[in-house]
Design a protein around this ligand. Structure first.
Ligand code: DC
Length: 228
């Protein structure tokens, strides 16, 4: 039986970076479930499928192949790692996230991935819906201004021109959609450790998460031998 650790939280909470660092340190695979929702949205844009048409989007998702080899997102055999991070794809991915059939299909892909690999998975519903029995769950938060600042910096780094105010406005809309949607809303599992990353470094949080995971596995969280 493979092991799975879930890290959920809103956009900009730091969960993607923390999940990547912890996966690297443990030698486990990272499952970026947001990349799967983004890939479905990108495929719909490219195929000219009406994203608001639930049935058509579900049919499209059922025909797609999305794989996550280390460091890459591959949609139907092509690397889309960068294409799925644009402002446009970020805005329309909500149609994929709100679509019950798409969610069901992607949950199947996610469980298949975790059946093959020791996995750090990150998303919105990993601890609540997809892996409710995971022994180790985290929910990361941060205040909205700090989250928007982090997202804005990411867009600028990728050469996308968007104002901070627009990022904050988009984020508020996405937070509301993620938390208020009827299906798989963003929320912490009852048994998740909730960590506020505001004002803390990503490395600090990653070390905390890594230590907690190692403890739950029965390993010592300390790499140095104890003082004699
Ligand atoms: O984490 P992200 O920004 O890459 O996620 C992209 C979108 O997909 C975002 O609107 C939330 C949604 N999502 C989701 O509904 N469930 C997940 N498990 C992961 C992402």
């Amino acid at each position: 039986m493979r092991r799975v650790v879930t890290i959920d939280g809103p956009a900009g909470s730091g969960k993607s970076t923390v999940a990547r660092i912890v996966a690297d340190r443990l030698g486990w695979r990272l499952l970026d479930t947001g990349a799967m929702y983004r890939s479905v949205a990108l495929a719909a844009l490219r195929a000219g499928v009406d994203l608001a048409d639930e049935e058509a989007l579900g049919d499209l998702a059922a025909r797609l192949t999305v794989s996550l080899p280390p460091g890459q997102v591959v949609l139907d055999g092509r690397d889309v790692s960068r294409d799925i991070r644009t402002v446009e794809v970020t805005r329309v991915t909500r149609f994929a996230a709100q679509n019950p059939r798409v969610r069901q299909i992607l949950a199947g892909w996610q469980r298949a991935f975790a059946a093959e690999n020791d996995t750090i998975t990150e998303g919105r519903d990993q601890g609540t819906i997809v892996f409710p029995d995971a022994p180790c769950k985290f929910f990361l938060t941060a205040n909205p201004t700090e989250r928007a600042r982090r997202r804005h910096a990411e867009f600028l780094q990728r050469g996308e021109s968007i104002s901070f105010e627009d990022v904050l406005r988009d984020q508020q809309r996405r937070d509301a959609e993620d938390t208020e949607r009827a299906i798989a809303p963003l929320r912490a599992a009852d048994d998740a450790a909730v960590l506020d990353t505001t004002g803390r470094t990503i490395d600090e949080i990653a070390t905390l998460v890594e230590s907690a995971v190692r403890c739950s596995l029965g390993e010592s969280p300390f790499s140095e031998p104890p003082l004699s």
